[in-house]
Design a protein around this ligand. Structure first.
Ligand code: FES
Ligand code: FES
Length: 149
């Protein structure tokens, strides 16, 4: 039974090693903030962090993340205090249906860690998440706001 480190806690998950991390998170650990969109690494709805890097969990086997630090949207706020990205999301009223937004926030958080002041070109290159509600303009405005917070 693999042991995963998720949001700072050790969790045993009863899954096969090739089970996608997304299913272990949602079905075994009960962290349903991470969403299933396409299942083929295209949409980004399932984005989590593995050792601080944005990873599409639908296409990442559990065996690849044993011994690494996994962070999900549920682990982003520290002691109930929202991150700058989460605050910017609220201030800019980014979500519409919300389905893609956890993945979007995780991808943006990883981008800002790597590039604290991203240009529009950096954003275009790094944030390839798909939003069916078309929140892209608000996402971009919130990224710039979070970068200057
Ligand atoms: S569900 Fe993983 S990228 Fe779409
Ligand atoms: S807010 Fe609805 S899919 Fe992005």
């Amino acid at each position: 039974m693999p042991t995963l480190n998720i949001n700072g806690q050790s969790r045993n998950v009863e899954v096969e090693p090739d089970t996608p991390l997304l299913w272990a998170l949602r079905e075994n650990v009960g962290l349903t903030g991470t969403k299933y969109g396409c299942g083929i690494a295209q949409c980004g709805a399932c984005t989590v962090h593995v050792d601080g890097v944005a990873v599409r969990s639908c296409s990442t086997p559990v065996s690849a993340v044993v011994g690494k630090q996994i962070t999900t949207i549920e682990g982003l706020a520290v002691n109930g205090v929202l991150s700058n990205v989460q605050k910017a999301w609220l201030e800019h009223d980014v979500p519409q249906c919300g389905y893609c937004q956890a993945g979007m926030i995780m991808a943006v958080t990883a981008l800002l860690k790597e590039k604290p002041k991203p240009s529009d070109a950096d954003i275009n290159a790094a944030i390839t998440n798909i939003c069916r509600c078309g929140t892209y303009q608000q996402v971009r405005a919130a990224i710039h706001a979070a970068a200057s917070a």
